[in-house]
Design a protein around this ligand. Structure first.
Ligand SMILES: Cc1cc2nc3c(=O)[nH]c(=O)nc-3n(C[C@H](O)[C@H](O)[C@H](O)COP(=O)(O)O)c2cc1C
Ligand SMILES: O=C(O)C(=O)c1ccccc1
Length: 387
């Protein structure tokens, strides 16, 4: 037993004393609860996706088209969910994906998430657009494993500064998000004229950066704040980047690099050719291209293209342990959780995030065992059937 499923037993045992879990254990129920506790703007920001949200729905529908085929009598008494990804040992193949502006969900934002991740021993991927700074979050994360997600700004000197700060603060792998050099058409935010950054949320890493400050003529104060925000808007993303620019990243980051937002097999091959260590199959939770392919449907093609030349990770639509089993069976080495932990944060701060992480891992372990798998590497496409 790896002990992850013990979480289930502990909940049942609490029932002896009439104690109930703090939040629902079916994590798909958290969105509805978060809607009641968050402001309309914050809820629209996290729950919303691009356009008609067809891709967000497709992400979920794709999981439903695969079904697990349970196997019997395979001695699954000793289970071990641990994996090592890009040099980071993990108790289970679950990471906390990068989510920006977390203080709109809870005042402790990324600090609470960093503490929750550290307690669970799971890897946190910190967004460039975090509400707390790279260094502050690292401190809250302590000895916990952490990776840094880069939004690659136009100003190269600023990019280098981010990378150096992340390295110094103990982030061991770099995730470069390619699918969001500009925010997409997001009606929920547009209808509420809501962009957290323009309210000064999610810009901590920029405003606190010496290179950024130099560009806006000194530390950001009331006097130059609007100018600083406009500089942020102008610098956030760079639509003219090409595959050749990855050489620049290699020069300035000596650890492993994962490209996030890959959906096409040819892009995956180009990532391998560029010497990247990993690709993250993701469509940003349907938040970027409405009408885009479901991320799970893109996964097998990328796995086939990459073979064993790079690590393949997955996100977009993970809500349950069974979803994780499906993504692993289709070839992902590990998955990134997105909205579910943001809802946990909104509903219960650090404890809410821990609840989400424990539920996911416990359900993953139980589902694997009941399907005849002791370890993640025992999951293969043959575990699944098309519905
Ligand atoms: C509120 C919110 C903010 C996000 N911010 C970032 C970010 O700063 N950087 C990034 O690479 N991805 C960001 N993402 C995308 C997630 O990393 C992930 O790809 C996505 O949430 C997966 O979809 P799911 O939440 O539906 O599972 C964000 C997603 C949400 C919901
Ligand atoms: O909202 C997002 O999906 C996102 O990735 C983002 C982009 C810029 C700042 C914060 C979050």
């Amino acid at each position: 037993m790896s002990g992850l499923a013990d979480f289930q037993n502990s909940i049942y045992l609490q029932g002896l004393g009439d104690v109930l879990p703090p939040l629902p254990t079916d994590l798909t129920r958290l969105e509805g609860l978060a809607e009641r506790s968050l402001s309309a703007r914050a809820f629209g920001y996290v729950a919303g996706s691009a356009g008609t949200e067809a891709t967000a729905r497709a992400n979920r529908a794709a999981f439903d088209r695969w079904r697990i085929v349970p196997r019997m009598l395979r001695d699954v008494a000793e289970r071990d969910l641990s994996v090592t990804v890009l040099g980071t040992p993990m108790p289970s193949p679950v990471l906390l994906g990068p989510i920006g502006v977390q203080s709109i969900f809870h005042p402790d934002g990324e600090l609470a998430v960093a503490r929750a991740a550290a307690v669970e021993g799971l890897t946190m991927v910190l967004s460039t657009a975090s509400s707390f700074g790279i260094e502050e979050v690292a401190e809250a994360n302590g000895d916990g494993p952490r990776w840094y997600q880069l939004y690659w700004p136009k100003d190269r000197e600023l990019a280098v500064s981010f990378l150096e700060r992340a390295k110094t603060a103990g982030y061991t792998a770099l995730v470069v998000t390619l699918d969001t050099f500009t925010l997409a058409w997001r009606p929920r935010d547009l209808d509420q004229a809501y962009l957290p950054f323009l309210r000064g949320i999610g810009v901590a890493n920029y405003f606190g950066d010496p290179v950024f400050q130099k560009a806006v003529g000194g530390p950001v104060t009331e006097a130059n704040r609007d100018m600083a925000l406009l500089h942020w808007v102008a610098n956030f993303g760079n639509p003219s980047l090409t595959w050749d620019d990855l050489i620049f990243l290699r020069e300035h980051w000596d650890g492993p690099i994962a490209l996030k937002g890959i959906q096409h097999p040819d892009d995956a091959r180009q990532a391998v050719d560029a010497g990247m260590d990993a690709v993250i199959v993701s469509n940003h939770g349907g938040r970027q291209v409405d009408g885009a392919v479901a991320s799970l449907d893109a996964l097998p093609g990328v796995v086939e293209a990459v073979r064993d030349q790079a690590t393949v990770l997955f996100d977009s639509g993970i809500r349950t342990g069974a979803d994780i089993v499906k993504a692993l069976a289709l070839g992902a080495r590990a998955v990134l959780v997105g909205r579910p932990y943001a809802y946990g944060l909104a509903l219960g701060g650090q404890a809410g995030v821990q609840h989400v992480l424990r539920c996911l891992q416990a359900e993953l372990e139980l589902t694997m065992a009941l399907s005849g798998a002791k370890r993640p590497d025992e999951l293969h496409p043959e575990v699944l059937l098309r519905a």
